[in-house]
Design a protein around this ligand. Structure first.
Ligand code: ADP
Length: 339
């Protein structure tokens, strides 16, 4: 492997393997190839963020389970560094099949083109041995869904700040031509200082649009009408999911979006209703208004993330700093019981 640098910090990868090695390490070759192509086209990327050695990673406690693997807290010693750093490692379960390795490589490829304060940062992928591991920035505050469900007295301003952080991350993603395809509160992690980090790029796509013939394991409740009907995924369908995420923030994730409808009923409702996710009297009101804009059934008049981010920044600037303190879930439930 060799790198050609253009003097601007941008690198171009040149990979040459003997035929046999090429076959054996086809997944790495494929990753590097696709990565260098996309990365060279879009943005410079630090060269040390690609293939890492297993010996540089020490696994710690388990943090969670994902669809393709388990996530662990770990220590990673970067090349040449004297001290290790704390990271999160997503590890394939057991001896991963070729398809799982490809899923990991794909996730690394997508994360590798993103570099933003509101997106989980990728350090690299350890794919020279089994188990294949994705090494990422560690985010210790849990996910937004759990946070909204369990934290008391979150101010309106804080809720709007969460929404603004997510819009910033998504604007960056759209600029880098990444479609997330699974934007939801459960996939937004929170730092201890309450910054949002968008995560879970397992379903993401590198490119402006993708049309899926059959929706498998799809997050139906978060999907736009054109996705449910024609399998289309693009920036505008991510904006729809962002609108649904706003309803989760407004409802503090008390229920799934459009619950108690079944998945079949959700699909019918989205087809029939003019404003399937409209929340009347929702708080903060500014977010409830923004739901209508993001969940516009016509993708042409639906805004892109640049516009959404501008709108939410405007909302944040005018939001009362002290803001009304919203009731906790438990308080709300007991009020409901009383009434
Ligand atoms: P999958 O894509 O396979 O569903 P996820 O990426 O959602 O897996 O990860 C599963 C769980 O692991 C998450 O719900 C979260 O609790 C934890 N997790 C994932 N990434 C991180 C991270 N960077 N820092 C801390 N915890 C993480």
């Amino acid at each position: 492997l060799s790198w050609n640098e253009d003097g601007w910090g941008s690198t171009k990868l040149v990979a040459k393997f003997p035929k046999m090695t090429q076959k054996r390490y086809a997944h790495i070759y494929q990753l590097l190839d696709a990565w260098s192509l996309s990365v060279n086209a879009i943005t410079p990327v630090p060269r040390n963020r690609i293939v890492l050695h297993h010996s540089s990673i020490t696994l710690g406690n388990k943090l969670g389970n994902g669809a393709f693997g388990e996530v662990y807290k770990a220590k990673y010693l970067p090349n040449g560094a004297s001290e290790s750093i704390e990271v999160a490692v997503k590890r394939a379960i057991g001896d991963a099949q070729r398809s799982t390795i490809q899923e990991f490589c794909h996730e690394a490829q997508v994360m590798g083109v993103l570099q933003h304060v509101n997106i989980v940062c990728l350090y690299g992928i350890a794919s020279l041995e089994q188990p294949v591991m994705l090494v990422m920035e560690l985010v210790t505050g849990g996910d937004l869904r759990k946070h909204l469900q369990t934290t008391q007295n979150i101010s309106h301003r804080q809720l709007i700040t969460f929404a603004a952080d997510i819009a910033s991350g998504m604007k960056h993603m759209a600029q880098r031509r990444v479609i997330h395809r699974d934007l939801a509160a459960r996939n937004c992690l929170i730092t201890n200082s309450l910054k949002i980090k968008i995560s879970d790029f397992g379903l993401s796509h590198l490119g402006q649009e993708v049309i899926v013939k059959k929706l498998k394991k799809a997050p139906i409740r978060w999907l736009a009408p054109e996705t449910l009907q024609k399998g289309i995924f693009n920036e505008k369908t991510d904006v729809w999911s962002y609108g649904v995420l706003l309803t989760e923030i407004i409802n503090r994730c008390a229920t799934d979006p459009l619950a108690p409808r079944t998945l079949k009923e959700v699909q019918e409702w989205i087809k029939e209703s003019d404003h399937p996710h409209r929340i009347k009297n929702g708080e903060p009101k500014e977010l409830a208004d923004l739901v209508d804009v993001c969940c516009d059934k016509n993708p042409i008049t639906r805004p892109n993330f640049q516009t959404v981010r501008r709108r939410i920044r405007g909302i944040l600037e005018t939001a009362n700093v002290l803001g009304p303190i919203s009731g906790t879930l438990e308080m709300k439930k007991s009020e409901e019981r009383k009434s």
